[in-house]
Design a protein around this ligand. Structure first.
Ligand code: AHR
Length: 731
């Protein structure tokens, strides 16, 4: 049970307070080493914090785009998907990645049995043809029909090779036969909402139409419907708007194409979009984009992650196959065991950057796959892919006079995008990538620097690999997936970093052990916040950083990687406590770090550390999980960083208390003429297992803080298990 410390009278001396609090804590049974004092040097020139410091990392994992950010509601719209066959963890999945600081591998704990997941009703159509996954035959009582996949006479022979054939055998007046799509765990129905449906269709001569297009409840209720009057024997694209009335919101719904005339109808590229963020065609879901916008991220690292590499050559992110009209995008199998529609392709990633004012950090395919190095492409054979990377950069940055810039303009974006950073591959320290990385990296580095000398080239090897690149990377990409104790201890990891070595992009990090469900709890968020204070304090070394993974569809079967920043189902979304930490830190950025010192600094032994439980909602452990390891203590009980925002003159304090009791902090700001008495901020505080969900999206969320006693010397109580951001006014 956390104890609440009552603030002591202001007149009492600091030493007096120290004695009193120590006595209180001794009697409470909690072994604190006493109150903490934070001294900030406001007049010492600080380290510059790069304006790009906070950003996002993303890839297609956990139904991040399909069934997530991407607005498309129809699953398996071009009939290329198949039922998902669980393939176990990725060949190289380790958590944390092998050899990561502070994470000594220990034998895996015996896995607990997975929680029972509802078994969906078997679809007889899928037994006939696996490409009918998510499509159902719909027949009125007494009517008869069949569905199948047809490969003859396709819309095109590249991407739209398969079509769905609906044979309406017998149907009387008032009856119907049709086909239904159940979407990504349901089609979300909202009141007064305009949906845009589109599909290619052709019909046999005997089919007389019309075709009814509807969104229906699983209970048969029609939420909205429209009609297409006449189909022809030739393929034609049909588009219609469906506007719901004052219906109730539900995801217990499906999309239905049906008719009451005998004959055959073929369909392909069946699509249904709700309103999208900034009304972009082929755009993104509004609620999730708004959550990202609220984080004010500065960059987007894409397209992965393992999604860049693929399990093999075919499943790599082949950017060229992801651009242009959807009719030309076949999609591809992702390393995360499901097929990607590639509806979010290279240009959509860039549009996403534009919508949120983020810089793209583009990972280019570099010949490595997730197969222990069996098919790594090197030397002469890699040259075409170096060329592809140059073309990708030209597609992003070239003007209309260039071949690839002109293509981008044709695809709807005449203005070039700004690109400062390109990363060569992903996690090339795995899959025996190190053996060939020096050669592969040099090829990309030389080609990119020759054509684009201002682009910064990032190596996917980590600082602790101490790898001889033969060409000097502009940045190294360090990844950390850690337990709470390791996150706390790693808050000091870069304090000891060799300042003459390369600067760092922490391209993936999270406190995520012991892993369980889709999103984390307050205990993990405390680890994240403590770790971030360390990154900010080392802003001379750390250029930018991103939490990973970003997204997870929380429906059963939606998660491939446990502990993600933002969760959602078809209708709703929520930020985890870690999301709020990100938002608090990113929204309160300083331009320079101010030297700060905690002295006295309360400490905790390993035994006294807060214990992070396995988060519910998934397989305990999850893919690639290892039991957390505990670095030797003592651990700081309080973490702090101070910075100054030049425009406002504000001094920003970020304070993390990982103890189950409030911590009185004596704060001294030196080298500044005045600090206004009134200060504002936010505090996130909850029990260690406090979590958010679609049903309770803001159970753990920051609350405003108003300080009325601020000054060059003042006390402030940090609540138990809390993250606080304070903005002190110097003007
Ligand atoms: O973030 C999940 C995975 O972790 C990424 O795909 C990969 O880069 C890392 O191993």
């Amino acid at each position: 049970m956390p104890i609440k410390l009552t603030p002591l009278p202001r007149s009492r001396s600091f030493v007096g307070r120290l004695v009193c609090v120590a006595v209180a804590l001794t009697f409470s049974g909690l072994a604190f080493s006493g109150p903490a004092k934070l001294t900030v040097q406001a007049d010492k020139p600080g380290l510059k914090i790069d304006p790009i410091f906070y950003g996002l990392m993303t890839e297609e994992i956990n139904y991040s785009y399909d069934g997530g950010l991407y607005g498309e509601l129809i699953r398996n719209r071009i009939f290329q998907d198949r039922p998902i066959v669980p393939r176990g963890p990725r060949p190289t999945a380790t958590n944390p990645p092998a050899g990561q600081p502070g994470a000594t591998p220990v034998p895996a704990a015996p896995a607990a049995p997975p929680p029972a997941e509802p078994t969906p009703p078997a679809n007889p159509a899928v037994a006939k043809n696996p490409h009918l996954i998510n499509w159902w035959l719909v027949t009125s009582d007494g009517a008869a029909g069949e569905i199948d996949i047809d490969t003859t006479d396709p819309v095109n022979k590249t991407a739209l090779k398969n079509s769905l054939r609906l044979d309406i055998r017998s149907v009387n007046a008032g009856q119907r036969v049709g086909v239904a799509n159940d979407g990504y765990w349901g089609i979300p129905v909202r009141p007064n909402t305009t949906y845009r449906a589109s599909f290619y269709a052709r019909a046999s001569r005997e089919f007389k139409g019309p075709l009814t297009v509807s969104i229906e409840g699983l209970d048969g209720q029609i939420y909205v419907s429209g009609r297409v009057g006449k189909l022809t024997p030739a393929w034609k694209k049909y588009t219609l708007k469906l506007k719901t009335r004052q219906v109730r919101s539900t995801a217990e719904a499906r999309f239905v194409l049906s008719a009451s005339s005998p004959g055959s109808v073929w369909f392909c590229l069946v699509s249904l979009f709700p309103p999208t963020y900034k009304n972009r065609e082929n755009g993104n879901r509004i609620d999730i984009m708004e959550k990202l916008a609220a984080m004010k991220p500065s960059f987007l690292r894409f397209p992965g992650g393992n999604y860049l590499e693929g399990r093999d050559f075919e499943s790599r992110f082949n950017w060229i196959a992801t651009i242009g009209p959807l009719e030309e995008r076949p999609g591809h199998m992702s390393p995360w065991n499901y097929r990607s529609s590639d509806g979010v392709g290279l240009l959509e990633f860039l549009n996403w950057c534009e919508d949120l004012d983020m810089e793209p950090i583009v990972g280019v395919y570099a010949g490595l796959h997730l197969d222990q190095g069996r098919t790594t492409i090197t030397g002469e054979a890699l040259k075409p892919f170096v060329q592809e990377a140059l073309e990708e950069i030209e597609y992003i940055t070239g003007d209309k006079s260039t071949k690839w810039g002109a293509l981008r303009a044709k695809h709807g974006h005449p203005a070039p995008f700004k690109l400062r950073y390109v990363e060569i591959g992903n996690e090339d320290f795995l899959n025996n990538g190190k053996e060939s990385y020096a050669g592969r990296f040099s090829m990309f580095y030389d080609a990119i620097k020759a054509k684009y000398p201002n682009i910064q080239v990032i190596s996917s090897l980590r600082s602790w690999d101490h790898y001889d690149h033969t060409r000097p990377p502009d940045l190294l990409d360090d990844h950390f997936y850690v337990s709470l104790p390791t996150a706390l201890s790693n808050a000091h990891y870069y304090d000891k970093y060799d300042r003459s070595a390369e600067q760092i992009f922490v391209g993936e990090w999270a406190t995520n052990n012991p892993r369980g469900g889709p999103t984390g709890h307050m205990a993990f968020a405390l680890g994240d916040a403590a770790w971030l204070t360390g990154l900010e304090r080392n802003a001379d070394v750390i250029v930018m950083n991103a939490y990973a993974p970003l997204f997870c569809n929380v429906n059963p079967g939606g998660m491939q990687w446990s502990i993600n920043l933002i969760g959602y189902d078809a209708l709703g979304s929520f930020g985890s406590p870690a999301y709020w930490v990100q938002q608090m830190f990113s929204n309160n950025r300083g331009d320079v770090v101010l030297t700060s010192k905690l002295d006295p600094l309360p400490t905790l032994t390993a035994e006294q550390l807060p214990k992070a439980t396995v988060t519910p909602g998934g397989r305990p452990g999850g893919p690639g999980a290892r039991p957390p390891t505990v670095p030797p203590g003592p651990f700081d009980a309080v973490y702090a960083t101070a910075s100054r925002e030049n425009a406002s003159g504000d001094i920003i304090l970020k304070l993390v208390n990982i103890q189950g009791a409030a911590q009185t902090l004596q704060i001294g700001i030196e080298g500044v003429a005045k600090i206004a008495k009134e200060a504002k901020g936010e505090v996130l505080s909850a029990e260690l297992d406090g979590m958010n969900s679609v049903a309770e999206p803001a159970k753990v969320a920051p609350k405003p803080v108003r300080v009325t006693n601020a000054g060059t010397s003042f006390t402030h109580d940090l609540p138990a298990y809390s993250v606080t951001v304070l903005r002190l006014k110097t003007r």
